[in-house]
Design a protein around this ligand. Sequence first.
Ligand SMILES: [Zn+2]
Length: 235
Amino acid sequence: MPLVKELAKEGEISMYIIMLGAPGTGKGTIGNEICKHYNLMHIATGDIFRAEIKNQTELGKKANEYISKGQLVPDDVTIAMCESYLDKSDNVLLDGFPRTIHQAEALKEYLANKGKSVTAVIDLNVPDEDIVVRTSSRIICSNKECGAVFNTVFMKPKVEGICDVCGSKLIKRPDDNPDTIRKRLETYHKQTEPLIEFYEKEGLLEKIDINIYSETTKEDTTRKSVEKIDARLSD
Ligand SMILES: [Zn+2]
């Protein structure tokens, strides 16, 4: 039997993976690894919004009306934008969408109309206090063109306070302090809990526990996620 991953690469099967995880869980990184493994199109709504706004598309202009005022983009704008990307491929990984139950229902209906459904929802689970430790020890290169990221606990630069890549000074983001991170996590959990319940009821939720203190966190998390997805595809 051919491997699931080969079938996905050849477009023989369709895959819709949703990534959930608080800021600081490494969702973007793990999402990228899963995309590479199955050759999926990565639909990250944050990136999409930025690109659409930069290119001044109709949807971009509409979204910017809200973003520029510091307001949330309404569900119908977000849904329309994501659907225009979903139209391009049957093998995608969604990051940042759906964010609300309304969006989740819209996605379900959109896929049902194509005779498809969500394959799995990967929920990256890191204890909040671990995220606080990791994020508050993050230091970034002060040279904006470099932008390298280090960590005083997990990924120390060769010379303290100096960027390995370009030699500039390393600084802390003002937002990366424990209080702000805890507030950010609280907001995330409040917003995401209903969504987690929704997908649990749908029987699609795959919780992946992550130990950020392990040296092979990225590999372990990717492998666990792929195993869960493979199991669902071969059902
Ligand atoms: Zn640098």
